[in-house]
Design a protein around this ligand. Structure first.
Ligand code: NAD
Ligand code: APR
Length: 243
């Protein structure tokens, strides 16, 4: 991997359009469970259709709120790990870096990354389930469940199963990918669309695509370089090679 990282550092120095695309794996080393890890993943223990869908919320809003309150506690108790910190440092050091994330935990921002494109929203923000208006910050209590001024129930501002991604955010992410000279896909299973299509779009436009993941994914055989390792180990080594 040493030679690959040296070559990649050279590419980074010559690149002025870099996209960093992240998934739950980037927060795994902060102790936040990913979704699909067989034993520890969230979906191994909960039914996402019941907890991360409009139908599930309509049927039992209190349970969905309790689940997100549990996830939010884990996010607040977690600290950015070396992967988040290395990503924020790459953004400071290199020109033309766009950070796109599927994560909703806010750890990129806490690590110092500014304005990541949050394709699936943010757990720490609320919106109205009925009218979609911004719902401000989390309430002190969930009893009674918080409501919008329109009377509708508030919900976490996270994209759920079957919902569309925020169109403007997705368009900006897609545009960045299409312009990218170098596209990193870090800590994502590459299973969930339309987010998972971004590296393929970039590849079709000639970007050099790098995957950082301990496990293979559907992207692996299309990537130009696969670094099979944890993001918290690989990214700091890449940063050091840039010096
Ligand atoms: P889904 O098949 O119900 O919805 C995703 C499909 O919707 C994609 O195949 C895509 O074609 C289309 N789509 C969604 N937003 C779009 C947009 N803005 N522009 C164009 N096409 C769009 O898949 P899903 O697994 O139910 O997930 C739906 C959304 O919720 C995804 O963004 C996903 O990342 C998010 N989400 C998924 C999970 C999960 O585990 N699958 C959990 C939480 C949130
Ligand atoms: N470093 C890098 N990758 C890691 C690490 C790590 N330390 N630990 C785990 N991974 C990888 C796993 O191998 C897996 O490929 O992270 C990936 C996590 O995949 P998922 O759990 O599917 O998470 P993600 O790809 O972000 O899911 C996409 O689907 O569930 C929805 O909306 C949700 O945003 C999420 C989307």
């Amino acid at each position: 991997m040493h030679a690959a990282i040296s070559d990649l550092a050279r590419r980074l120095r010559d690149c002025d359009r870099l996209v960093l695309f992240t998934g739950a794996g980037v927060s795994a080393e902060s102790g936040i469970p990913t979704f699909r890890d067989a034993q520890t993943g969230l979906w191994a223990r909960y039914s996402p259709e019941q907890l991360a869908s409009p139908e599930g919320f309509r049927a039992d809003p209190r349970t969905v709120w309790a689940w997100y309150a549990w996830r939010r506690e884990k996010c607040l108790a977690a600290a950015p790990n070396p992967a988040h910190l290395a990503i924020a440092e790459l953004q400071r050091r290199l020109p033309g870096v766009t950070l796109i994330t599927q994560n909703v935990d806010g750890l990129h921002q806490r690590a110092g990354s500014e304005a990541p494109l949050e394709l699936h929203g943010n757990l720490h923000r609320l919106k109205c389930f009925r009218c979609g208006a911004d719902g401000g910050d989390w309430p002190e209590t969930l009893d009674p469940l918080p409501r919008c001024v329109c009377g509708g129930l508030l919900r976490p501002a996270v994209v759920w199963f079957g919902e569309s991604l925020p169109g403007e955010v997705l368009a900006r992410a897609s545009e960045a990918g299409l312009q990218a000279g170098l596209f990193f896909s870090i800590g994502t299973s590459s299973l969930v669309y339309p987010a998972a299509d971004l590296p393929f779009q970039a590849k079709r436009r000639g970007a050099f695509v790098v995957e950082i993941n301990p496990q293979p994914t559907p992207l692996s055989r299309h990537a130009d370089l696969c670094l099979h390792g944890a993001a918290g180990g690989v990214l700091p080594r890449l940063l050091a090679a840039l010096e």
